[in-house]
Design a protein around this ligand. Sequence first.
Ligand SMILES: [Zn+2]
Length: 363
Amino acid sequence: MPLPPLIGHLAARKRLSQAIRRGKLPQVLLLTGPAGVGKQRLALWLAQLAMCEEPSDEPCGGCRACRLVAGLGHPDVHWYVPIPRPKAGDPDKQVDEAGQCIAQVMNERRDQPLYPAVDGMSTHSLASVRLLQREAALTAVEGGRRVFILGEADRLIAQEASQEAANALLKLLEEPPAGSLFVLTTVEPRRLLATMRSRAVPVRLSRLSDAEVSGFLKAQVKPTLSSRDLEQRVARAEGSIGMALWNGDDAGKAQQAAEQWLDAVLAGHGPAFERALKQPAWGARGEFTAMLDAVAETLAEAARGSVGQPVRRSVPRSLLRQDRTGSLMKALDYVADAREAAWGNVNPQILLAVLGEELAWVL
Ligand SMILES: [Zn+2]
């Protein structure tokens, strides 16, 4: 099954298609914006446009190249998604394992184009970076451009990916091979290595309108949603198709846990610490990382609100004061550090207790 159509983001699309037409498309792009608004879908749209045999402002959709990209089968479009850490001991075997795992994910997405959110523990490990390096060193199969999409690029583990791998990736981004295009995506550019961020031209995507989300759900979700279900999903989505599609219970639970924890943090050091210790033993690590992500999103939303931008998710009122922006940014840095540590072998309760202390100081 081909990918569902790209919804919205008309200004970004126009800007990108003009850049292609003028031969001015930067070779390294960073698409940023809230989770589930279609950053990776836009990257694939751009791959289609770059490959299309009869391009105009939009990919034609009908030519061989367009159809191959839409079916996730173009040999020169490489889509790197976060995957579970490879288990093989030998580094070369790890690279093979990463390649097989990514191929498997692509198969699943071909079968189910409305795919679920990536598990919180999946990352771009050293093996994925080596795979990217290996593929980038080859020439184009079809003789044209090559596109490398690095989805959720902030999941590149800096610590684990060793200096060598980080440097290899940076070198690729600094001097991309001729005819290649790198598109990185992230919810939060501040979570990216600064050196990576500085090499990419940013394109910011905003939340979609409720009408766009609703139109997408009506056209794509089978069986058709009842009007009550549709309404609830659109309200919950906050302008994100992904949020509308992903398991509402899980997202809601993570958001609720994040809100409770932030309330405790805002009440001071004692309550924050108590709350961390009371935290039930986390059965699945995914729940813990989902909560940290929800904390980061709430703080980022508060930071936007504190500089006068509209706020679309529930944020503790005390965080919205104007003088809060600096401390919110500092808090986001702490959460990003904790998020990275959570991928390693750290006790979640201790991590949460330390993070609570840090946040209670800055907020
Ligand atoms: Zn085409």
